[in-house]
Design a protein around this ligand. Structure first.
Ligand code: UT7
Length: 349
């Protein structure tokens, strides 16, 4: 069974830089608070009308495809990870297929938030290993800026997130040694609501038939998104940050060790760890817990904030572009986020 390898990698971030100080004109926050609690100095926001999650994904994909030495028409499957799709449906995968004038290939959207890219990579890896496809485009892209609460009410969430995209082309590995060694996927839905965007959604189905029987017609009409819900900020993401933090610092090291143990490696063998860029303090905690040196962990949250499904491929791309990753190097990707879901991938470059 051939392993799969990353044959090309690309990233795209919007030009518009938003500093922490810029945010202080909308909400009661400070550069000091944001840097101290998260490490973030600035983030990028997509153009309100000219850029979408799909268009950013396409820009990253063009670079990845070019670096793989193929054309968009050679791609035989798309896996697109995002929590901020252009449309509620259809997904972004088909929009990439259309924009890049690809053949009538399969396109799959993955909805696993911060671990979306690692999940997407794992799905693509299985398709390559089974021999079903030869050139899979895997994209992680987010346009968070369209839907954050920029008032003080939403500051614990909105200062963290940024926009951007990353993409890879996955192909069968050329030799037996290199490629994706293993991927590890986990979930625990027990705390699904502590990091979530509830609306729009169909969770009203949870209401009992007795409750629904008591609704009048106007209430039923407003069930999914009423003015009251909007006034109460129920159309924005909700996060109980400290609870997420506590879980993340346990699950990150666990899933990284799972990948290393599966393949008989130790933390010291990792050339570069690419953790999902959720919070610099989380990445530093993981580094300390695993006894990794600073140069073994790549962080860029300072420049881009948390770009959710895009954060791992953007960081991987930058680390690669900076010459930190060379053939034969052991690279570990790890992510944790809403769901909760968490995941890792160990790659021999
Ligand atoms: O990528 C998906 C997974 N997400 C994560 O992994 C996020 C994990 N959690 C975190 O990164 C951190 O919990 C946050 C960065 C979100 C928050 O940091 P924290 O140190 O946990 O702060 P906190 O939520 O406990 O809030 C501390 C104080 C509160 O004020 P009081 O109640 O102590 O008076 C907040 O109201 O900081 C206040 N606060 C802010 N102040 C200035 C919250 N957000 C802000 C803000 N600016 N933006």
């Amino acid at each position: 069974m051939p392993k799969s390898r990353i044959a090309g990698i690309g990233m795209y971030v919007p030009q518009h830089v938003v500093s922490n100080n810029d945010l202080t004109s909308y909400m009661d926050t400070s550069d000091e608070w944001i840097q101290e609690r998260t490490g973030i100095k600035e983030r990028r926001y997509a153009h309100r009308t000219q850029e979408t999650t799909t268009t950013m994904g396409v820009e990253a994909a063009k670079i990845a495809i070019d670096r793989a030495g193929i054309t968009a028409q050679d791609i035989d499957f798309i896996v697109f990870a995002t929590l901020s799709p252009d449309y509620y449906f259809p997904g972004c995968g088909v929009l990439v297929q259309r924009a890049m004038k690809m053949g009538e290939i399969g396109a799959l959207d993955v909805r696993n938030q911060c671990s979306g890219f690692v999940y997407a990579l794992s799905v693509a890896d299985q398709f390559i290993k089974s021999g079903m496809y030869k050139n899979i485009l895997v994209i992680g892209s987010e346009k968070h800026s369209f839907g954050l609460d920029f008032s003080t009410r939403g500051r614990n969430v909105s200062v963290i997130f940024g926009d951007g995209a990353g993409a890879v082309v996955l192909q069968p590995a050329e030799d037996e040694e290199s490629g994706i060694l293993s991927t590890h996927l986990h979930s625990d839905g027990e705390s699904a609501e502590i990091l979530a965007m509830y609306n729009p959604g169909t969770h009203a189905n949870y209401w009992t038939s007795q409750q629904v029987a008591n609704f009048d017609e106007a209430e039923i009409g407003q069930m999914f998104m009423s003015h009251e819900m909007i006034d109460n900020a129920q159309n924005f993401p909700f996060m109980d940050g400290p609870s997420v933090f506590k879980k993340a610092v346990v699950k990150f090291p666990e899933v990284i060790m799972e990948a290393l143990n599966t393949n008989g490696y130790k933390p010291a063998d990792i050339k570069v760890l690419i953790p999902h860029q959720a919070n610099l303090r989380i990445a530093q905690f993981v580094q300390q817990k695993l006894g990794l040196r600073e140069e073994q962990v790549y962080n860029n949250i300072q420049k881009y904030g948390n770009t959710t499904a895009a954060s791992v491929p953007i960081a991987l791309c930058e680390a690669w572009q900076q010459g930190m990753i060379e053939k034969g190097d052991l690279v570990c990707l790890a992510a944790f986020g809403s769901g909760f879901t968490w995941a890792s991938a160990l790659i021999k470059w």
